[in-house]
Design a protein around this ligand. Structure first.
Ligand code: SAH
Length: 227
């Protein structure tokens, strides 16, 4: 499927350019398709509180309600670049949150399956994604630590919440040659980890430090309330 026809020009075009030029390119983001997506997707629409739109393109995460956050733009770009998407992939995303990362993925892959455990966030994300015509996205409400067996296998899996360890089902639900990106560590700091599935096993690479909200579920953190 061709990339979704997104986006009319909005008032934030220049701000997005500045975000790319000051936050992404100097830190080494190179993939032209990722840069194009970051220039195109109207990030402010995914920030539920309009009073925060003026900060939507700033170099930090922002609250989206339910104690969750929309990730920092650089982190979205970095994780997406690591997935090495070419356009024909089926991608699984865990932690839809605002839906912003979902929209970026939807421009770069054939189909995005995204799981969110908080139904209010899933509903909001769906609405914004529909409003910008991201028609190649399906969202499920549930525990993403189980993956999505009915939709597997995937060419890429992106987890946007922090896991104590890598749930085995993600490896099982990846195609050979597929990539998984997941923050792994304790609840304060994690290492962004890339896993490549090969015919002979998995290759793990550490891609730098990061800090995400918790992946809460059967194969993640079981207690929502510990910080
Ligand atoms: N990519 C999102 C990040 C949102 S924060 C964005 O930029 O907006 C991480 C999200 O993961 C939160 O919305 C949280 O509710 C969700 N989450 C945590 N554990 C989950 C689980 N087991 N399954 C699905 N979603 C989960």
């Amino acid at each position: 499927m061709p990339p979704p026809k997104i986006i009319e020009k909005d008032n934030y075009v220049r701000v997005r350019h500045r975000m790319v030029e000051t936050q992404l390119i100097p830190r080494g983001i190179k993939d032209k398709r990722v840069i194009e997506a970051m220039l195109t997707i109207p990030r402010h629409l995914f920030v539920p509180e309009e009073a925060l739109w003026s900060q939507a393109y700033s170099d930090f995460p922002l609250p989206i309600g339910e104690k969750q956050t929309i990730s920092q733009p650089y982190m979205v770009a970095l994780m997406t670049e690591i997935l090495e998407l070419k356009g024909s992939e089926k991608v699984l995303e865990i932690g839809t949150g605002s839906g912003y990362q979902t929209a970026v993925l939807s421009m770069l892959a054939e189909k995005v399956c995204s799981i969110e455990r908080i139904s209010l966030l899933a509903a909001r994300a769906r609405k914004v994604l529909d409003s910008i015509n991201c028609s190649n996205v399906v969202i499920r409400i549930g525990d993403g630590t189980l993956g999505w067996p009915e939709e597997a296998p995937f060419d890429a899996i992106l987890v946007t919440a922090a896991a104590p360890e890598i749930p085995q089902c993600y490896i099982e639900q990846l195609n050979v040659g597929g990539r998984l990106v997941i923050p792994v560590g304790d609840i304060y700091t994690q290492v962004l980890t890339k896993v490549i599935k090969t015919a002979k096993g998995v290759i793990k690479q550490e891609m730098g430090g990061c800090r995400f909200v918790k992946l809460v579920g059967r194969y993640g953190w079981t207690n929502e309330n510990t910080y």
